[in-house]
Design a binder for this molecule. Structure first.
Ligand code: ADP
Length: 262
């Protein structure tokens, strides 16, 4: 459709712009990674808190590196396969909760603003076939958006689940959902929210968060659904095809530059 072509064009423009800054980003994060790793390796006296913080920093830098690598891919327009691994969603949620905690946990600066976290994780530990870095990045973006939407506090819900085959679907699916009970979106905003550079946050926004999430969903063959109502809140859910029991176990890695998952 016309809309899809427009979306492709915008994503292409975004990729071109991104490749221009990828080089600078790499130059900036290389020393950061080096220092973090050398602290972790050469400072046996680190407190557990400091160690955990450094590990989170290392993981965040690793995600940035992966993003930069994907930006390059995007620019080269190379049709590469994803480096697929079995990603355990509950574990992914736990990591993202740690990585984003500083943004939503009650801090002295924002007294009175309490964001309550509710995680509803499926008991059977659902797995999707995908790239760990990308899925983490998507989830982080969704959490940040939810937090931005609750300036006066609220409840942040992160859910994982499994669903049997529905009507018009080709098998069971695995769900990942982030919901908030914040400001919500009017219909016009909801319709445009996936567009690159569309933002209602003025200077503070880039309008790239949901466009990234959309791209990641597409590459994973996942459906992305945004439900929202003004003053009620928003939920964004990703629906993946549930992998076959033995799928992806020995999948070859497509990109030799990319580091294997930890
Ligand atoms: P940014 O966050 O930089 O604005 P995004 O692409 O992530 O970029 O989001 C685009 C727009 O979609 C936001 O500016 C906001 O208007 C709307 N939006 C996204 N997530 C939410 C949410 N959880 N609640 C309300 N509005 C949202």
């Amino acid at each position: 459709t016309q809309q899809a072509i427009l979306q492709q064009e915008r994503l292409r423009a975004l990729g071109q712009m991104a490749s221009g800054i990828a080089h600078d980003i790499n130059n900036a994060i290389s020393p950061a990674m080096l220092y973090t790793e050398s602290l972790l390796e050469r400072e046996p006296g680190l407190s557990p808190t400091a160690r955990r913080a450094l590990e989170n920093i290392a993981r965040a830098i690793d995600d940035v590196a992966a993003t930069v690598a994907r930006m390059r891919e995007f620019y080269r327009q190379r049709e590469t396969g994803l480096a697929l691994t079995q990603v355990r969603l509950n574990e992914l949620v736990r990591q993202v909760v740690e990585l984003t905690r500083a943004r939503w946990s009650d801090m002295p600066l924002q007294r009175g603003t309490v964001i309550r976290l509710r995680t509803e994780l499926a008991a059977d530990d659902p797995v999707v076939l995908g790239t760990d870095n990308e899925l983490r990045e998507a989830l982080i973006n969704l959490v940040f958006n939810a937090v931005d939407a609750m300036p006066d506090g609220g409840t942040l819900t992160i859910r994982t689940g499994r669903r049997p085959e529905g009507p018009g679907e080709s098998g069971p699916s695995v769900l990942l959902e982030v919901a908030d009970d914040g400001l919500g979106m009017d219909e016009a905003t909801r319709r445009r929210c996936l567009e690159p550079f569309f933002t209602t946050k003025g200077e503070r926004g880039t309008g790239l968060g949901l466009a990234m999430v959309y791209g990641i969903a597409q590459r994973h063959g996942a459906d992305l659904e945004v439900r929202s109502a003004p003053e009620q809140g928003t939920s964004v859910s990703l629906r993946f095809a549930a992998p076959m029991p033995d799928e992806g176990v020995a999948a070859p890695r497509a990109d030799p530059d990319e580091k294997p998952p930890p």
